[in-house]
Design a protein around this ligand. Sequence first.
Ligand code: CA
Length: 368
Amino acid sequence: MLFKKKLKFVAGLAIASLLAACGEKAEQSADTKQVEKQSFEWKLVTSWPKNFPGLGTAPERFAEMVGEMSDGRLKVKVYGAGQLVPALEVFDAVSRGTAEMGHSGAYYWKGKSPAAQFFTSVPFGLTAQEMHGWIHYGGGMELWKEVYAPFNLIPLAGGNTGVQMGGWFNKEINSIDDLKGLKMRIPGLGGEVLARAGGTPQTLPGAEIFTSLQTGAIDATEWVGPYNDLAFGLYKAAKYYYYPGWHEPGSMMEFTVNKDAFNALPKDLQAIVRTASRAVNQDMLDEYTSRNNAALKELVDEHKVDLRPFPKEVLMKLRTLSDEVLLEVANKDPMTKKVYESFKAYKDKVVKYHSISEQAFINARNAE
Ligand code: CA
C-alpha cells in the first residue's frame, strides 16, 4: 500500500513537472513567436550617388544581405546622396536619428573630431590589408567606437578601396613647387598635406567633382581609382592621371549606426548587422581589386589618358610634410593623440613585418 501510494505520489510529481515544463515550453514558443514577428525598417543614408559603382553598391549589398539573413525582419532602405540628406550630412543625420544608418568615409567628419581621419586613410599610412588588421585586431575599432560614442554612433567597417590614384591634373607635376597655388579636391589629412605644400585643398562630395574640374572651379582632383574615376568621366576634364595615391593608401569606408536604434534590435539582428558589415567590407576590396585593372586599361587604351608616376622627389617631400602634419594633428586633443599613437605603433610593427613578407614577395615576383 505504502509502496503504491509512494509510486502514485512520484508519478503525480512527474506529471506535474511535465505539465510545468510543457507550460514553460508553450510560454517560450509564444515568446519566440513574438520575437519572430518583431520586424524593423531602417533608413540608410550615404555620401554617394545612388548605386555608384563600389561605393554606392556596397550599402545596397549590405541591405540585401541583411534582408536575406534576417528573413525580412530587418529591412534596410538605402538613400543616395541628396535623396534624404546631403552627402556631407550623413554623420549628423544618423547621430540625431533621422536615419538609423549611414555609409560614408570617416575623414569627412574631421570637424567633429580630428581623430576621425585616422579611420579612413592616412598619407603614407596603411594599405587595405594592414588597415583591416589595425581596425579588427590592433585596437583600432575600440578607439573608433570611443571617438564616435559622444555622437550616439557606433562605427562599423564599410569597405576598402585599396591604394587610390594620385589624381587628375591639367599640368605636369615635376617638382613640389608645381603644387603651389593648386586648388585641388582632396579631403582629410591628404588635404592638410597639400596645404602644407602651398596648395588649396577642397572637400567636395563626389557628385560635384566633374563639373568643378571642367569649369575650372578647381585645378585638380583626386577621387578613388580607375574604376570610380572612369564612372565619373574625369578623363574628359583633365589630361594627366598621376599615381600612386600617397594620400589614401587603403581607404576604409564606414557604416555608422545610431546607438539607440542598434540597442533596440534583438541580439540576433545585431549580430546580422555586424556580420554583414564585415562581409561588405571585404567584398568592396575584392571588387576594386578586380575591376580597377580593366578600368585602367580602358582609360589608357580608349580614352588616351596620360598615365604618370609622381617623381620620387615629389613623393619624398610629401612624405616629410605628412609626418609633420600628423604630429601636429595628433596634438590637437588627447583623443586624437591616443588614436595617432595606436596607429603609429601598429604601423611601425606591420611595416617591419611586411618588408620581409608582402613587400619582399612582390619585389621577387615582379623583378625583371
Ligand atoms: Ca579619395
